[in-house]
Write a protein that binds this ligand. Structure first.
Ligand SMILES: [Zn+2]
Length: 306
């Protein structure tokens, strides 16, 4: 007679481009994977319109970065290394990067890019991924995208659609058996509370903060802050996050702001990844103001059959 094992918990982190999984919630995915949760990072696009953002980047042997296909291949290599560093599984949805339109007026998005794909067509492969992987928790971006890139906004839209449709047997026929995830979160890895806390701590320590302009421009524009509900302690996984960031060598400057904060200071001042709980299908305890959830699976663990 075999002893039935507890069904593993499953976390799906949906991102727009390769490297987003390493800059938003990366340490959370590394932590849950290390704790035995099955973690799947899903990337909507191939990041084919990313420029080289690291002046010391050397195109790997046998590759080129001039064409859409060449960039996709380089970024696939980088993404595989990042997933390995985080200890997570990874799946592409196969859409093409829209690029970040710039200018006034903004130019139209390139034909065939993710931002132009109609919602149902764009969400279908994610619904299929949800029905196959059966996550209990999904993370994505808030409705603004967190960053005004058309692919980030679209990433929110397809994640929101998949969270609501994947459990409905009438929706998205032919993409697998229905599965209803239990919680949906928005990443807020660049909240001003974090940026300001780190900025002030660096100035207080007599260090040059990389966030001075950021704080000043944000203050000037008075952008309203979204709510934080959840702070996941992740300082023990900063090293894995950093290794994953560095794996995206074409995109992440090793001398840029991602690496400008001493890690002991960061662990002291802001040892968390921060999230906003957007949807829950499980009952949750009332929370006193100023207190936060520390676990994306709060309320889920008791629902998953042993
Ligand atoms: Zn992105």
């Amino acid at each position: 007679m075999s002893v039935p094992e507890r069904e593993p918990l499953r976390l799906m982190a949906v991102h727009a481009h390769p490297d987003d999984e390493s800059s938003k919630g990366a340490a959370t995915t590394a932590r849950y994977a290390a704790e035995g949760v099955e973690v799947l990072v899903v990337t909507c696009t191939g990041g084919e319109r990313g420029d080289i953002l690291n002046s010391s980047f050397v195109v790997p042997d046998g590759h080129e970065f001039e064409t859409i296909e060449g960039r996709r291949a380089v970024r696939e290599l980088e993404m595989a290394r990042a997933a390995e560093a985080l200890g997570v599984r990874h799946r592409w949805l196969g859409f093409v990067d829209s690029g970040l339109p710039e200018g006034d007026p903004l130019p139209p998005l390139p034909e065939g890019s993710f931002g132009l794909v109609p919602l149902e067509e764009a969400a279908a492969p994610l619904v299929q991924a949800v029905r196959e992987f059966r996550p209990h928790v999904i993370t994505t971006y808030d409705p603004s995208g967190g960053y005004p890139h058309p692919d980030h906004i679209k990433c929110h839209e397809v994640s929101f659609e998949a969270f609501h449709a994947a459990g409905d047997p009438e929706r998205y026929p032919g993409t697998g058996a229905p599965w209803q995830p239990l919680k949906l979160y928005y990443n807020h890895g660049f909240s001003m509370r974090r940026i300001r806390a780190v900025h002030e701590a660096m100035e207080g320590a007599g260090l040059e903060s990389p966030f001075g302009d950021w704080v000043a421009s944000r203050d000037a524009r008075e952008i309203p802050e979204r709510e934080l509900t959840t702070l996941v302690p992740v300082a023990d996984y900063f090293a894995q996050r950093d290794a994953a960031l560095a794996a995206h060598a074409s995109q992440i400057d090793p001398h840029g702001f991602f690496f400008a904060v001493p890690r002991d200071l960061e662990a002291d001042v802001w040892p968390w990844d921060e999230y906003e709980l957007a949807e829950s299908r499980v009952p949750l305890p009332e929370r006193a103001p100023g207190t936060y959830e520390e676990d994306l699976f709060e309320g889920v663990r008791s629902e998953v059959p042993a």
